[in-house]
Write a protein that binds this ligand. Structure first.
Ligand code: NAP
Length: 329
């Protein structure tokens, strides 16, 4: 039995009133999970949705917050592919109410990897969700090929910035869409080939100019709403839109007649991982290999202390560039 503190949602509402730091105990992990002593945890917009009661996959409070973590394994079930003392990064058991803003965290064994040498704690804690989602979008559900053009919405955000990196690693030409010059500069440093400011530029004209009128092969869309609808005007024949999320507040609205007439496909992406544990472990090996070669690196943004979790959640409504991380210990 392990004891420690955990940030938990006790009621839906404003983060400062909704989350409390509670004393908890963690029993030995069930099959399929390992228990880690947490060092860092990745954060993002889903924390806002979970705290407000708008996250579709979670029920009523109380539940722990924090989808992804990095730390040291302290307990494993029999037959685990990890051992006590391993340094791992992975997705937590947040859907069962056990999150990562906590001194200990259950990690889904099949959704975890050993931390590559040279990866910092902050990079490790912010790696799992963004890159597993980008892999689901760009490799599994709507594969992007080398030489194709990938347009990434919300490109300075947690999901978008990882898709920019994975897209480049897969050989795509990447157009980043963001809402300020500062964020576009971040996207360029993060590997994007082109940047378009959706607030001040004529998006359609700029994309036509960049693609010489051809349009984009794939749109990676964690934003939805009007921005995604505008991006769809620039989709190439046989193009695809990978629907990831709704940072704008609404998912992209699709017009099936437009899809028919302009020959494009919409693909839903939820990075739940493959049910086959071996196939899922192979995905994490692939991601780990890319990180080891330096082809992908977590684009760490602001780092908060463990005591600052309520403020951190409130600030995710208008986050700065990059992946937000909480330093737990
Ligand atoms: N499908 C999955 O498996 C999966 C996995 C992870 C996350 N998600 C979802 O993906 C969404 C984004 O999450 P995140 O963690 O990436 O959020 P985030 O870090 O807050 O990034 C969202 C980005 O979208 C931009 N944005 C917000 N409103 C916009 C608008 N109206 N038009 C254009 N851009 C806008 C923001 O920056 P600027 O506007 O300043 O450029 C921000 O950089 C959420 O809905 C989340 O639940 C889904």
């Amino acid at each position: 039995m392990f004891s420690g503190r955990a940030w938990r949602v006790v009621r839906f509402g404003d983060p400062k009133a909704a989350v409390e730091l509670q004393e908890m105990t963690w029993r030995e992990p069930s099959p399929g999970q390992v228990l880690i002593r947490t060092r860092t945890a990745g954060a993002g917009l889903p924390d806002v949705l979970m705290t407000a009661g708008h996250f579709p996959l979670l029920g009523e409070p109380p539940f722990g917050l924090g989808e992804e973590v990095a730390g040291e394994v302290v307990a494993v079930p029999p037959g685990s592919r990890f051992a006590v003392g391993d340094q791992v990064a992975g997705i937590t058991a947040f859907l069962e109410g056990w999150g990562g803003y906590a001194e200990y965290a259950y990690v889904r064994e099949m959704s975890a990897m050993r931390i590559p040498v040279g990866m910092t704690d902050e990079q490790a804690g912010g790696f799992p969700i963004g890159f597993r989602t980008a892999y689901a979008g760009l490799v599994e559900r709507a594969p992007v090929e080398a030489g194709q053009t990938l347009l990434v919405l919300g490109a300075a955000g947690s999901s978008g910035a990882t898709a920019v990196q994975l897209g480049k690693a897969l050989g795509a030409t990447v157009i980043a869409i963001a809402g300020s010059q500062e964020k576009l500069n971040f996207c360029t440093r993060n590997g994007a080939d082109h940047g378009v400011n959706y607030r001040t530029d004529d998006m359609t004209a700029r994309i036509a100019e960049i693609t010489e009128g051809r349009g984009v092969d794939l749109i990676y869309d964690p934003v939805g709403g009007d921005t995604a609808a505008t991006a769809l005007r620039s989709i190439a024949r046989n193009g695809r839109i990978a629907m990831i999320g709704l940072a704008s507040g609404a998912p992209v609205s699709l017009d099936s007649m437009d899809m028919l007439l302009r020959n494009y496909t919409a693909v839903g992406v939820l990075a739940t991982g493959d049910d086959d544990a071996e196939k899922e472990a192979a995905v994490w090996d692939h991601l780990r290999g890319l990180a080891e070669r330096g082809a992908i690196t977590t684009p760490v943004g602001k780092v908060y202390g463990f005591d600052d979790v309520p403020r951190m959640i409130a600030e995710q409504i208008a986050p700065g560039a990059g992946k937000t991380v909480v330093r737990v210990a």
